[in-house]
Write a protein that binds this ligand. Structure first.
Ligand code: NDP
Length: 255
């Protein structure tokens, strides 16, 4: 196979949680541009439809599922609906996530649960539901959006629940990769640094010192700069990779 052909996702299908904006939207676009048929899944119907329309205007057809994956039964309902729409499920991107900035002593139990329930518990439930389908199909590919927040403690804002949840994502990635290799299911994660999205207000002056100036490359990323790594992990270009966490941070975690 020619090297660039190994990045092709022609004939593959993919589900992207949190795909209606930010990183997820760029990932959905990237997977589709590489040849996959893609379904995005997020809570807000209007935002989902706006994303479908935006990609359609670019000549990319994707479908959408309205779902809150933290609600009981909804992760497996989403997987069933994705299979119904796509016919099969080759690639699942666990990308939906949330962060709450608050010093540990001020974090409420509800805030802790909100972050951990989405970033870690829902990711677990989606992975389990997806792996059942993939195992029966003879294989599949799960990619998790982790974070450099599992490797460092961000400044100046405190976000203990987020950091702990993402550390859990990295270790769960490795655990599931080890268990599911025998089923032909690869599980990898990315750990992005600061990326300009609604979640990360990278342009606000109070964050400039620690988010931008402290990084060797002295800039943030755009979602489009992270998407090619997702295509790599989703494709046969990374056929021998499982249980890996790919750091993409402009050198932020070097010091
Ligand atoms: P955004 O806040 O821009 O997007 C979050 C996405 O998740 C939206 O599509 C949102 O849609 C969806 N979502 C939120 N809650 C739920 C839910 N309960 N069920 C289903 N979907 C949900 O964030 P980013 O694009 O910045 O982040 C994407 C991922 O990347 C996250 O996991 C984040 O932790 C991670 N990350 C981000 C970094 C950054 O600098 N931006 C750095 C490192 C990691 P809706 O509201 O309609 O549900």
């Amino acid at each position: 196979m020619a090297v660039l052909d190994s990045f092709s996702l022609a004939g593959k299908t993919a589900l992207v949680t949190g795909g209606n904006r930010g990183l997820g939207l760029a990932f959905a676009r990237g997977l589709a541009e590489a040849g996959a048929r893609v379904v995005i899944a997020s809570r807000d119907h209007d935002r989902n439809q706006a994303a479908v329309q935006k990609l359609s205007d670019e000549g990319i057809a994707v479908d959408a599922i309205d779902v809150d994956i933290t609600q009981p039964g909804e992760a497996s309902r989403m997987i069933d609906e994705a299979v119904a729409k796509l016919g099969r499920l080759d690639i699942v991107l666990n990308n939906a996530g949330i962060s709450i900035h608050r010093p540990a002593l001020e974090v409420t139990d509800e805030e802790w649960d909100t972050v951990v329930n989405l970033n870690l518990t829902a990711l677990w439930k989606v992975s389990i539901a997806a792996a059942k389908v993939m195992k029966d199909a003879g294989g599949g590919n799960i990619i998790n959006t982790g974070s450099i927040s599992s490797l460092i403690v961000n400044r100046p804002q405190w976000q203990p629940a987020y950091n702990a949840s993402k550390a859990g994502v990295h270790q769960l990635t490795k655990s599931l990769a080890a268990e599911w290799a025998e089923h032909g299911i690869r599980v990898n994660a990315i750990a992005p640094g600061y990326v300009k999205t609604e979640m990360a207000p990278v342009d606000e002056p109070q964050f400039r010192q620690h988010w931008i100036e402290d990084a060797p490359m002295k800039r943030y990323a755009t979602p489009e700069e992270i998407a090619p790594t997702i295509v790599y992990l989703a494709s046969d270009a990374s056929a021998f990779m499982t249980g890996s966490v790919v750091v993409i941070d402009g050198g932020y975690t070097l010091y």
